[in-house]
Ligand binder design. Sequence first.
Ligand SMILES: [Fe+2]
Length: 284
Amino acid sequence: MADPANPSQRPFLGFGLGLRTDHYETVLTERPAVDWFEILSENYMVPGGKPLHYLDRIREHYPMVMHGVSMSLGSTDPLHREYLQQLRQLAQRIEPAWISDHLCWTGVSGTNLHDLMPLPYTEEAIHHVVERINQMQDYLGRQILIENVSSYVTYIQSEMTEWEFLSIIAERADCLILLDINNIYVSGFNHEFDPYDYLNNVPVERVWQHHLAGHSNEGNYIVDTHDEPVIDPVWDLYAEAVRRFGSVSTMIERDDNIPEFAELFAELQRARSVHDSVLKESAA
Ligand SMILES: [Fe+2]
């Protein structure tokens, strides 16, 4: 286990992209200068077939991290043992730098909502989720990263802010954080909190990865669609994240309306350039 008091133990992979089917051939033949790829774990939990074929070949050339959407850490259903087993097998196959999932629930009583639902921010929920993260970490034999989700509902039962909830869970479960900068912006807009308050109250040493993404602004609320480029206020928030957290492995998430690889690569280069200029400005 990493020592959370020593952020220097945080590996910095550089700047990555989500590996998407549309780009398999481009990645293999052109070997773009992407530092690493994030894969959606569930896409490769199948025996054989095209996804695993490409995964193995691309893995030979790039570091990878695994990102899941199905662990449902907040649910009251028992942890899905078969899913965990498949996750562990995939991890043995590709040896990811780390494994992440979301601080959310995705269903209850066997019904899958196919959405990442927030939890009530209560002591009871903290206790419940910490216990489940412990089980998952014990099973996988490693620390996991939990990601803050974007959300559209709140609960009257909540006793604290989302960032307090996330930070307390990370400390008690001794897990790490995948801090999605766009999700902070989206939830801040939807629930009227200051995204900078969020950013400035998450423990520095636990943040090991950032996500950046685009969304759809519907006027009085934002839907986190991941189908557009990152907007300027999210880039500004990312710059602040670099000031606070330093060099954290960062990637662009695009899940719909997937453009040519070159377009995503250009967006990734913008992340690199924001990071580099913030560090230069801090050193001056
Ligand atoms: Fe994300």
